[in-house]
Design a protein around this ligand. Structure first.
Ligand code: GLC
Length: 428
């Protein structure tokens, strides 16, 4: 018996075209694309599995490019590749705050996405639309969350804190008791304090919860110099050495997650991906973790920063039709559901949050959905191309307060004048 011939869809299409039109066309050679994937937690492995499924479907190959762990470093890498019009990268994973920065180097996906885009959260679609062009497909959404040790709260008969003041008190109480019980490395609260994009996210949450606005408002006005913002920064400064380790000022998502996962912290601020990692078989805190909204500020407001990633196609790709097909596959419903199950990545397709399989795996789906729906965007749409610089000024100022002992009032005053010098009126 002869061996059956296996064709990927693209090769089959080429063959069908030849048969239908009655002329001999050699099947298109299999192409090799390059994609920059998700790289945090178990993200790389799960992204590769999705890519493998597309390879089987299409008959083409995808090389995965490793990305630096820090969002800010990734942006630098992309800018270099795109500025040199490099065809080396076809599909890019882009941060929710980058559309304004990278739009010119990315293809418009409006036509291929015409049917599916309606399923995604409208706010993200709007975020990814620059000058009427849909420059990236929504892939997953992030919102800042509070992770807590269920077992420790129970042991010390404490409730999940609803305010920052309660968080500080509970963190202190459990940290001190655990240290006395022979766990000297225990800390109360870990978060992202390194000067990079993640610090802008954490700082925005403190500021919003204090009623201090959102640094630069959607109108373009710079509002960062106000007493509520100063008080919010003061609060975070006071945590260091008291409930947060001094090393928090150099922690990104993964360093803070590791401290918590090793069992050395009561509370952690992080994104939804942490759920799958802390519940993995090798985790010291497996089945001991709960998720809550971040604590409220002194007047009852909650600040949760909106994050997330999109998939985009480089204008310099030599295989753009295939790259678009890969993006549509990777951001589609089935793949988003698979990623939510395996990775805990929150979908950008709203209806998936009621999916029984997802609810069974992470009972906190409603908290995730509500956090995503109410999250505060960073000022990336209004500041557009200048966002990278704006955010760098923000994280430098905040880091100055946290790590170098600078006065918050002086810091935000200087920040406001730097930001004001970057724009004229409402135009950025
Ligand atoms: C997460 C968010 C992203 C944010 C980054 C900061 O990856 O999805 O939006 O910029 O964290 O570190």
């Amino acid at each position: 018996m002869s061996k059956p011939l296996l064709f990927g869809r693209a090769r089959l299409n080429a063959l069908v075209t030849a048969l239908v039109f009655g002329f001999a066309v050699a099947p298109a050679a299999a192409a090799t694309l390059t994609m920059a994937c998700d790289s945090i937690g178990h993200g790389n492995t799960v992204c590769k599995e999705g890519v493998k499924a597309w390879e089987r479907k299409s008959g083409h190959t995808v090389k995965i490019l490793s990305l630096p762990a820090s969002s800010s470093e990734r942006l630098v890498m992309y800018r270099q590749l795109l500025a040199s019009q490099s065809p080396l990268l076809d599909v890019l994973t882009i941060d929710i705050v980058w559309p304004g920065i990278l739009a010119e180097s990315l293809l418009d996906l409006s036509a291929p996405a015409a049917a599916s885009i309606k399923e995604h959260f409208p706010a993200i679609v709007k975020n990814n639309t620059v000058g009427g062009r849909l420059i990236a497909m929504p892939w997953f959404i992030d919102a800042g969350l509070l992770y807590y040790r269920k077992d420790l709260l129970e042991k010390y008969q404490q409730r999940v804190p609803g305010t920052w003041a309660e968080l500080a008190a509970t963190a202190r109480l459990i940290q001190d008791a655990e240290r006395s019980a022979g766990r000297p490395r225990m800390w109360g609260y870990v978060w992202q304090g390194k000067p990079y994009e993640g610090l802008t996210c954490d700082a925005l949450e403190w500021i919003v919860s204090y009623g201090g606005g959102s640094i630069v408002e959607p109108s373009g006005a710079v509002t960062v110099d106000n007493p509520a913002t100063i008080a919010a920064l003061r609060m975070a400064k006071q945590w260091i050495g008291a409930i947060s380790p001094p090393s928090v000022v150099s922690a990104r998502e993964e360093e803070s997650r590791a401290m918590f996962q090793d069992g050395n912290a009561v509370f952690l601020r992080n994104w939804p991906y942490v759920w799958a990692v802390v519940n993995a078989p090798d985790s010291a805190v497996r089945n001991k973790v709960g998720i809550a909204v971040l604590p409220r500020g002194p007047h009852g407001a909650v600040g949760t920063t909106l994050g997330g990633h999109q998939l985009a196609v480089s204008k310099f790709s030599r295989n753009s039709a295939l790259a678009i097909d890969l993006v549509m596959f990777m951001t589609g419903r089935d793949e988003q559901k698979r990623r939510a199950i395996l990775l805990g990545r929150s979908p950008t397709i709203g209806s998936l949050y009621q999916d029984p399989q997802l609810l069974a795996i992470n009972p906190y789906q409603e908290i995730l959905r509500a956090a995503a729906a109410s999250a505060t965007p960073r000022p990336s749409t209004v500041t557009g191309r200048k966002y990278e610089q704006v955010s760098a000024e923000v994280w430098k100022t905040v880091s100055g307060v946290l790590a170098e002992g600078k006065d918050p009032a002086t810091g935000v005053k200087a920040l406001a004048s730097t930001l004001n010098a970057m724009h004229s009126g409402a135009a950025w």
